[in-house]
Each structure stands twice: as C-alpha cells, then as structure tokens.
Ligand binder design. Structure first.
Ligand code: RRO
Length: 603
C-alpha cells in the first residue's frame, strides 16, 4: 500500500486534553486507513513557519487509532507538547486544518508472520509510546490473537491516553497491566519489570513482544527479549524532516553496526536482528501488493520539453537540490503517482563517492528558525553500488538525470566522472566540491586554484555537461565560479549549505553529533540570492540558483537575479510535491497560499 503523493489539508476533528497529553484527531478524506505502526507527517495550516520561524518542519506522529468516518477516516494521535511543533499541534482547534502526509512507514507483523509457531503477543508501551500499541492491540483482538499488554508511566500526568485508548466502559481493558514510577497505580517501578517477570514464565517464550517507548526502555526490552530468545518488534522514533526518505535525518544504527537504516522508510517498526518488520501489510498479503518497488514497466514517457539547459531539454526551470530527494525511496512510499507528476524537470541524485559511506552518526538534523541544519555525512552506496542498483531505477524517471559526485582526490574524481559520464542514462554530472559535512582535509571548492585544476583534469574525460556546485562558505564565491569556468565547467550551481551549529538547550552540548552542519531553508535565501548575483556578475556560465526557495515568487527572484534554473531542497521535506507547485506558481505568477515562511508583514 502506498501513500497518496504529496501533502493534503485535513480538518481537525477534535483536540481533547488527556492528562498531560492531547488526543488530536483529523478527518482524512483522501488517504487509505493506516496500518498499526504507521505514522503521518503533520503541520498546522497556519502558525507553522510564521513569526519566529518555528515550528518549520512537519512533525512525525504515530497513529494511535483510526475509525471510518463520514467521507473518510478519522485519525487519532496522542501528542505531548514538548517543543514548538507539538505545542502548536496541541493548540489546533476543531475546524482548523493541518497539512498531512501519509500514512508512512511500515507496520507491525502479526505474531504468526514473525514466527509461525508463535502463540500470542505481549505489548509493552511506555509513556507516549503507548499510542501505536493501542491500534495494534485492537487489530490483534479483532483477529482473536491472545495478547497481554503492559504499560508504564512516570506518573499520573504522563499517563495521558490511557483512558481513551486502553479502557472500555470506564474500566481498564482486562488484558492490560500497569507500572508507574511513582507507584500511584499498578506496579511501582518500570514496565520492563513486568516484562521481565512475564518472560521468565513458561508460557511467554512462544510470544512475540511489540514495544514502543523511550529509547532506554526499548533497549531494555530488546535486551530482555534477546536473553529469553523471544522475537520482538520495536516501533522506534527519530527526528525526521520529511518522512519519505528524502532528508536522511532519521538514521538509526543497524544492530550489527554496519551502517544505518532510515526509520521513515525502513521502519519505524524494526525487528530483532535488524530486519525491518511489517513491510507487507495484511492487505498487501491478501492482494499480493506490497510497499516495495512497483512493477517495472520500462522507462516512463518523457514530458514535452521547452527549455534548453546546457543542451538538455527541460519542461520547466525547477529541479531538485542534490541530496534532498531520494526518488527511489519516494517511489516506494508514493507509488507510480510520483512518476505521473514528477515534481522536477530534471532529477539530481544524492552525491555519490567512489566507495560506500554509512554517513554521520545521528543526531543528523536540527530545526532552526525558518530552516534546519543537516549533518548527514554523504551516506551512499559508492560508485559500483550506484551504477548497479540505483542507476537503472533512476533511469525510469520521466526526466533527465544529473548525477552528483564527490571525491577527496583528483584520481577518484576522475574515475567517478569517467564511469558515470559514459552511461547513456546520465545527462550531466554535478561536481560537489562544497559538502560541509565531510572531513576530507580540503574542500576543493574553497580555493579557486584547486577548483580550476580539478576542472582541467576532469574536462577531457566526458563530453557531458559538468556543473560545479559552489560552497557559500567563502568570501568570494565569484572567484571560485570564475575558476570553474576557466577550467572548463559548463554551469555552476549555488548555494550548498552554510556552515552552522546549534546547541541542544536540554544538554548544553552541540545538537548535532558531528558538532556542526549545513544550514538550509528560507533563512538562507537572502544570502543565496546575493551570492548568485555576485557570481552572475563574474561569469557567463548558466547558473542553477538555490537556497530556501519555497514558492514561485522566491524562484522568480533567483531567475530575475540571473539563474537559468532553480533548485528546491528543504521545501520538499515539508511538501513532497513542492517542485511542481513552485514550477506552476512560477508559470502563473501566483504564489500561495500564504503564509510565506520567513516573510515579514512589511514585505
Ligand atoms: O550529506 C551531507 O551531509 C551533505 C552534503 Br554531501 C552536501 O553537499 N551538503 C549538505 O548540506 N549535506
């Protein structure tokens, strides 16, 4: 089952206080009913990105319950106001609307799907993590699967949702046992105490454990299950900007230590041993359809084109910024609807390197006023993996393909350009000489002479257009652009992200594991525009302008300042169809709907 492509506005159907939490309900008239374990990306239609610019990104929230409603389905979420985004969700009143993308992610598998000999289920939830277990409990009860439920809370305030989600007729459901840290009800202690006792019993070893809660609790659950040889599935959480595989922010380590998975597309349900759970929904099992790649039907028809960029025919001037859209993951999430209205006139791949890279340790993303900082660290399959696995899938996109490459020395850059350049599927190559998140010792794009020498070495290796992606982290980007032109580049793109840091107020330590990252989003737009103007004045090369473009009006500013094409990055995290929306707004001259993120009333 795939999600409808893009975000949609849904009415708020209810928002009730429940202890320290809220039960927040939406009426979804377009999406399919969610599977237990799935989540949605949510943002208020108003009050998101205004004023101080936060909240800016949508928030990933697990669905707690769903029910048929007039003209659609009702979606219930359990929300705790712990920051600007969840605070705003808690304020939304019935009658207001919220942007919704989803249902997203995989779902829980039944005990028999996990282990054919399994006799039942144990659900262990902590705090707000009880939410996905509520909908899962109902599914299991409806299927007559024996189950026991263990729920743990810090105190009464943090037991919100219990009455609405696990009570019936005013009384706790008979299969539910409670643990509270303050002992006001149930066992005084942790839910994992109850789980440990249960797993020590003879009858528990034939169960499958399903758990959701804070990370320390999930670690304890995994360790208890491992020591008793009991299979388990965990619904995990991680900060994410997009929910559909584009931002690479929600990385969690694979249990075997060999790199990371993205929780949005490889989770949120993970299983013992690091395999992901529930990638096939029950409906999918019945129909033979699943959430994986749709059947390959051969290259899609190319759209009629009207714009020439370095000899490449494009339908409109809006493309994606490298690393901000994973078209392969997006096709799995949204299905072939993605291809029918592909949001970009050309697709730029995430940067590839000669060898595979796992990327940086999480935390990888941090929301900032009207923007975000990323420290993704270039996760990719390496040249061989890209050519063998990704290129054939990217070649099915209905638009020309630009492959972004990066290496730390000239020999490796040459290999990338030679091997990528000889593939017919590739229309152009972007040279990423500006990543702020890789410690290569030298960022080529910071030095005009290095940039020129690199281009001189690479130019003879391919007849395909070479686009140089400039860094904004220099005093004179125009000098680097000029050097790229001298060396034989066909175009330059700018800006990559601005070096930036954030401190986590909760710890006083740097918010990102790498200490720093790159800032993007509307906050950087005026800087990007000025750098584009400076580069425009210095070179004759065609320019691809980017940096916080969120609307057609923003794109028009870059084009007025001399960009031939514009690229959309961070805005796609908030709106998976932002590319086509911006292209349309650009064409019609009507940007909307307000609010314009980061805009002042004085504008
Ligand atoms: O992967 C990244 O961390 C990354 C790259 Br390659 C880049 O060019 N720009 C950026 O902000 N992040």
């Amino acid at each position: 089952m795939t999600a409808p492509f893009g975000r949609r506005l849904c009415e708020v159907a209810g928002n009730e206080v429940s202890g320290g939490y809220r039960i927040f309900s939406l009426l979804d008239r377009e999406g399919p009913p969610p599977e237990p374990g799935q989540f949605y990306m949510l943002a208020g239609e108003r009050g998101w990105g205004e004023g101080g610019g936060r909240p800016f990104l949508p928030r990933a929230i697990s669905v707690a319950e769903t029910a048929p409603a007039k003209d659609g389905v009702r979606l219930d979420f359990l929300v705790e106001g712990v920051g600007p985004g969840t605070d705003r969700l808690c304020e939304l009143e019935p009658g207001e609307r919220a942007w919704v993308t989803g249902p997203l992610g995989n779902s829980f598998s039944t005990p028999q799907q996990v282990n054919p000999d399994a006799a039942g289920a144990i659900l262990a939830g902590g705090g707000i993590g009880i939410a996905p277990l509520a909908i899962w409990r109902r599914h299991l009860v409806e299927r007559g699967i024996p189950l026991r439920v263990l729920l743990g809370f810090r105190n009464e305030q943090h037991s919100g949702g219990l009455d609405e989600l696990f009570c019936s007729g005013g009384a706790l459901c008979p299969d539910v046992r409670l643990a509270t840290e303050d002992g006001h009800v149930g066992h005084r202690g942790y839910v994992t105490d109850l789980l440990a006792t249960m797993l020590a019993g003879d009858d528990a070893t034939s169960a499958v454990v399903y758990s959701c809660g804070p990370p320390a609790m999930l670690e304890a659950v995994a360790s208890l299950c491992n020591s008793h040889g009991v299979p388990y599935q965990l619904a995990e959480e991680s900060p994410m900007a997009c929910g559909f595989g584009a931002c690479f922010g929600c990385a969690v380590p694979k249990p075997n230590g060999d790199g990371y998975i993205r929780l949005c597309v490889d989770g949120p349900v993970t299983s013992a041993g690091g395999t992901v759970g529930g990638t096939m929904s029950e409906e999918a099992l019945a129909t033979g359809r699943h959430g994986g790649s749709p059947a390959v039907t051969g290259p899609a028809d190319h759209q009629p084109r009207s714009l020439d960029f370095c000899g490449i025919d494009l339908a409109h001037p809006v493309i994606n910024a490298s690393g901000t859209y994973d078209a392969i993951a997006a096709r799995k999430v949204f299905g072939d609807e993605l291809l029918e209205e592909f949001p970009f006139a050309a697709f730029v791949s995430k940067t590839i390197t000669p060898e595979p890279r796992a990327g940086n340790e999480p935390q990888r993303i941090w929301e900032t006023p009207a923007g975000m900082i990323n420290s993704i660290g270039l996760p990719n399959k390496g040249l061989e993996g890209f050519l063998a696995e990704d290129l054939p899938q990217l070649a099915e996109l209905p638009v020309p393909l630009i492959v972004s490459v990066m290496a730390t020395n000239r020999e490796d850059f040459s290999r990338l350009v030679r091997e990528v350049g000889e593939r017919d599927e590739v229309a152009a190559i972007e040279l990423n000489v500006s990543c702020p998140n890789v410690h290569s010792g030298l960022i080529v794009g910071e030095q005009p002479a290095e940039t020129e020498a690199l281009l001189e070495a690479l130019r003879p290796l391919t007849p395909k257009p070479l686009i140089v992606k400039l860094t904004p982290n220099v005093a004179n980007p125009e000098a680097v652009a000029l050097a790229a032109e001298e060396g034989g580049a066909d175009a330059v793109s700018l800006i990559n992200t601005l070096k930036a840091s954030a401190i986590d107020p909760a710890t006083g330590a740097p918010a990102l594991a790498a200490g720093h990252g790159g800032l993007s989003g509307p906050a950087v737009r005026p800087i990007a525009l000025q750098q584009l103007r400076a580069v425009r004045a210095a070179t004759e090369l065609p320019l691809i302008g980017m940096g916080g473009i969120s609307s057609g009006a923003d794109a028009a500013e870059f084009i007025a300042a001399g960009a031939a094409l514009v690229a959309v990055g961070t805005e796609s995290f908030r709106d998976p169809r932002a590319g086509s929306r911006i292209a349309k707004e650009l064409e019609t001259g009507v940007s909307g709907p307000p609010p314009r993120v980061g805009a002042f009333d004085l504008e």
